[in-house]
Design a protein around this ligand. Sequence first.
Ligand code: ZN
Length: 285
Amino acid sequence: MRDLTRRLDLCSINTATLGHQAPIGPMIDAIARAGFGALAPWRRDLEGEEAAAVGRRIRDAGLAVSGYCRSTYLPAATRPERQAAIEDNKRAIDQAAAIGAPCFVFVVGGAPAGSRDLPGARRQVADGVAALLEHGRAAGVRLALEPLHPMYAADRACLNTLAQALDMAEAIEGPSAADPWIGVAADIYHIWWDPALCTQIARAGAAGRLLAYHVCDWLSPTRDMLLDRGMMGDGVVDLKAIRAMVESAGYSGAVEVEIFSAENWWRRPMAEVLAVCAERLQAVC
Ligand code: ZN
């Protein structure tokens, strides 16, 4: 396993961690100044900006991009709505390419409002991802399916385990694609509890489908389903053990910090949050 001591160049900051307090420019500067090697922006950070210019600013700051967040939900009640989501995701993939992101993160959506058909929603996700594969390949952007904790199955993602995401990737692209363009984003918050974690991380790595690794911590108790993620070291997850699995599976990309924390970290100044991230990445991740 890589030693992260004095290796913040191996680490990335997902801009959500900074609570969207500042425009993208100042965030790029703050992340670079704090010594990190990469960042992962959100689409909201690019609103009103020219993607290519943001990409230049990122490169000029000496940063790489570890991913671009995130997809428009794919399931919808009608075919025109599903097609509109696909077109919107194509535009986002183009932005991902323009800023130099190696992958576009898919938070796939739950069942459409009023629907009880979860298996149907999952079929719609598979159809939507399949429809975007060629666009991703042409743009040079890999599609990173992020399974979310099952507590989000209704409203945010009906893709809930690594096994399910890998099954979907293989069903679309074939089980032994030599150069896969669909993979997974492994986010501690969503997968730490999974009894099959070790096997599925190894499977993802062996298939060349482990595209991103997101860290935070699971606080116990958790007070909010969405906005109470913990700083690494403040919760119950054995972060070093999981990174060992991820890296022994062949992952050599960034360790990306992604913390949604409305009541705590989002209320603190960016420089303080970045300093604590830097310290915890080196100490407990
Ligand atoms: Zn994530």
